[in-house]
Every structure is written in C-alpha cells, then in structure tokens.
Design a protein. Structure first.
Length: 318
C-alpha cells in the first residue's frame, strides 16, 4: 500500500513560522472511529497531503525537568523538539520547535533546517555553522507537513529572531540532550470554509528512550494498549456549532493527552526514578547524538500502511 504523504511547497508565506491557537485533545476508541470519521467528512476534507508519519524528538535535562514540569499543568510551560514529517533524510527539512503554553493557549515558534543542522545545532553547534555544514537539499524543497512552511536561510530576520528564542530556551534549561522520541501516523482534516479549524488524528502512537535519532527507524513501544486514537482540534477561536454538536453526539470530552508526558510516565513505570543515575542517562543521550552526527545516514521508513481512501490501523507490537 502506498502512503499519501503530508506536505506543501515551502514557497508558502513566512507567517507559518509562528502559531497561536487553542488546542484540545480527545481520546477516541477504535469502535467509534468509522462513524466519527464519516461525520467529520461532512464538514472537513482531507487535503492532497493529509496523511503521513510524524516523529518528534524531545530535548530535556538529564532528569527530564521540562517534561516533568509540563505534567504539573503550570500556568506556563515549554518544550523543545525536532519534528519530522514523512520520510526525513539528513539533507531534507525538519523543524526545530519551541512550543509554549500559557493559560491554555498554545504558541509554537519553529525554524526549518536540514535534519543534520537541527541535531548539530541542539547538540551545541552555532546555528549558522550547523546550517552551513548540513545544508538543505535545495532552497525550494518539499516538506511533509499539513501546515505550510517556508524554507529558511540563516540571514532571514524572522528566522533569526526565532533562533535567538530557541537559543535562550536552551540556555535556561541547560544542559539539554535528546530525551524521548514519539512517533504517530497522522491524518489531518481542514475546513474549506474556515481556515483556522483543523482536526488531526494520530494512530499507532509509540515512543522510545533509546536510539534517539531519526536514522534508527521509527519503531517504539505503544502508548496505548487498547489502540486509542488521539484526536486534536486546533482552532483560533470558538468551535463552530456543528463541531460542538458532533463532539456532544459522540460523548467526547477534552482531556490531557500529551504523548511525550505519557511516554515519560510509561518509562518511569519501567525504570522508577532513581534506578538509573542521571550521569548514566546523560552519557547514553550524548552518545546517541554523537553517533548521529558521525553517521549522517539516510533515514528508513519502517512501513507504509495508509491507503488513499481508508486508514488501516497497524496492530504491530513494540
């Protein structure tokens, strides 16, 4: 089966470097997925690049202080990650993202670089040097994201402002290293009448705390034993009436469902706090980053299972 990848031309506007919106997550049981999907398609549509794999590599302290703080639902929280869509390669675009949440509103600031530049930059190499050492395949390339993104050059003022913000976050929380990777198969739906309404479905959510690089495959332990689907509604204002009615019809209520927080909770159940020293964790994370910078290999997609007209949910185990 062929995967229909998510993506748009990077000649899109710069405005997509930043997002400010309300994001609510819902857990959807497989039993109602078919009916829910049919109801949503009466109002939303899947674009030509609406499906694909989304992998996120989170950076944190040796004790995972940033993610732990997020789990406490504070007034303000932030996360730093590299996000890749589809089948990334060392010279293709990924996004270094600083995601913050203030009083329920989410803000995302991100910079497009090659995957090599992203990991080198967050490993300590200056941004401009990382971009020069690991350039994108071309200045006009295709990325795999349901959000339109521009290509970036180190001299662009908007990008440099976001670079400074990301560097400031790195200094606030230093030392940071790759901590947790999450992977999902995503379906994205958009509204033809309201551009600010998006609904995404994340299937086969999985995680790992080993092999923390993008060239070691996209396998991982499942986040949900029962195969729950994460639905996320992203909107800049109030929900349209039809969406509120649909959520009520299917008895769906928003609930905290951070993939990286659930992954950390699962990891602590396997290895309770204190069973592995911070020094050992840090050494392992630093080694994984160094190995990636040394290898600079191509990335391998572990499977394709999204058809053009229907989603087939994988039952594979960790």
């Amino acid at each position: 089966m062929n995967t229909q990848k998510t993506g748009e031309d990077t000649s899109a506007t710069r405005a997509a470097e930043s997002f400010a919106r309300i994001e609510k997550k819902y857990l959807v049981k497989r039993a109602i997925w078919s009916d829910l999907s049919q109801a949503l398609h009466e109002h939303l549509q899947e674009g030509p690049f609406g499906r694909g794999c989304v992998s996120s590599l989170y950076y944190d302290t040796p004790r995972n202080d940033m993610i732990t703080a997020s789990m406490g639902k504070p007034f303000y929280k932030e996360k730093l990650r590299i996000r890749a869509y589809g089948e990334p390669a060392a010279d293709k675009a990924v996004f270094v993202e600083l995601k913050t949440k203030v009083k329920g509103s989410s803000y995302k600031r991100r910079v497009a670089t090659s995957c090599g530049a992203a990991q080198a930059w967050l490993a300590g190499m200056p941004y401009a040097e990382a971009c020069a050492r690991f350039p994108l395949r071309s200045t006009i390339h295709r990325i795999t994201s349901s959000d339109s993104m521009p290509s970036h050059h180190p001299s662009e003022s908007v990008s440099l402002q976001i670079v400074r913000e990301i560097d400031a976050a790195r200094k606030r929380h230093a030392p940071l290293s790759p901590s947790i990777m999450t992977i999902v198969e995503r379906v994205a739906l958009t509204s033809a009448s309201r551009s600010d309404v998006r609904v995404t479905f994340d299937f086969d959510a999985r995680w790992r705390m080993k092999d923390l690089s993008f060239d070691t495959g996209l396998s991982g332990a499942p986040l949900f034993a029962d195969g729950c689907i994460i639905m996320e509604v992203k909107c800049q204002g109030a929900y349209p009436l039809w969406l509120a009615q649909l959520l009520s019809r299917f008895c769906l209520r928003p609930q905290p469902c951070s993939k990286v927080c659930r992954a950390l909770e699962a990891a602590r159940q396997i290895h309770p706090i204190g069973t592995l020293s911070p020094d050992s964790q840090q050494q392992s994370l630093q080694e994984s980053t160094a190995q990636w910078l040394a290898s600079n290999n191509q990335f391998a997609r572990y499977t394709n299972y999204l058809s053009n007209d229907r989603l087939s949910i994988s039952e594979q185990s960790a």
